[in-house]
Design a protein around this ligand. Structure first.
Ligand SMILES: [Zn+2]
Length: 51
């Protein structure tokens, strides 16, 4: 597990920087994390619920 280490493999590859998945990644707000991880870190970054 590579926590908070955003690995960029080429252009256009948007991956969750927490779990590495490329599905449902939120690119807005400069988050770049998937919705699943977002729900976990949202309280930490003082963010409201998504969706
Ligand atoms: Zn994730």
């Amino acid at each position: 597990m590579v926590a908070y280490e955003y690995r960029l493999k080429g252009k256009g590859r948007r991956m969750c920087r927490l779990c590495g998945t490329s599905r449902g990644v939120i690119r807005s707000h400069n988050l770049y994390i998937c919705r699943r991880c977002f729900r976990e870190v949202a309280p930490n970054i003082n963010f409201k619920k998504y969706g």
